[in-house]
Design a protein around this ligand. Sequence first.
Ligand code: G3I
Length: 301
Amino acid sequence: GTTLRAAAAEKGRYFGAAVATGKLSNGTYTTVLNREFNSVVAENEMKWDATEPSQGRFVYTGGDRLVSHAQANGMSVRGHALLWYQQQPVWAQNMSGSALRSAMINHVTQVATHFRGKIYAWDVVNEAFADGNSGGRRDSNLQRTGNDWIEAAFRAARTADPGAKLCYNDYNTDGINAKSTGIYNMVRDFKSRGVPIDCVGFQSHLGTSLSSDYQANLQRFADLGVEVQITELDVMTGGNQANVFAGVTRACMNVSRCTGITVWGVRDCDSWRGSDNALLFDCNGNKKPAYDAVLNALNSG
Ligand code: G3I
């Protein structure tokens, strides 16, 4: 293939980008997006603060716009994210206990129902595990509603949209470490008890090198019977940027249940990482060396 989307599709995979729908009117941005990517995810517009700004009042403007852009351009959609400790509306931040528990399950049900049939995979729960060596859950208002909040969310999402793959998504899971092992144990437990989970997202916000066990970590999750997806890839600039991007791409190609890669933005200047210049295109939409490295890895994978 001569584009990322064509090369990935030849290997039965997708290649996606996070999109801010406000940029869809920018010609440079949209030209690159439509030519190179066959999957999109909303960088912010499907999050809780955006979709339920006051309790029970749902706003789908940005999400609907992204879905129609995707449908018009042959792209699948990842949904991000139904529940997260960040970017909660203020009303939810101020709730706790059973009131919060009902509100969050209602949020999952309403949003997944609205987008039913249009989402390839949902990040049902994002970033619920702690950094560091505990391997345990992150403290949050959601966690304080009870340790079973994650499985309750997955069950509600399955009921609302039985056709969407349901993912757990997190960062600092780029190798075999305490955090990724905590998540691994949760997924194994969910599979053994029949809690609906179909995929695990590895955000992959990376520095200047790639863990030597990056692929082995993906593989151990795949061996549990879930899909794995690279969901928010970006890489610190520097001499190794192209190599790190290529290494991640090769790892995904080498794991048969790794179904796709999403980069967290289109051009360097669209990235939350600012001066890291962490993406595949420069601000004028020109391909960087990292682009060629990824395309080559897709074509030879
Ligand atoms: O939309 C408001 C705007 O109305 C307001 O004037 C402006 C002033 O600050 O803020 C705007 O909202 C910002 C929003 O991005 C849209 O630009 C928020 O402040 C800002 O916090 C928010 O940042 C997003 C961040 O998640 C929030 O934590 C980034 O764009 C987004 O790239 C980032 O994405 C996360 C993933 O969802 C989860 N994994 C990590 C990743 C990077 O942090």
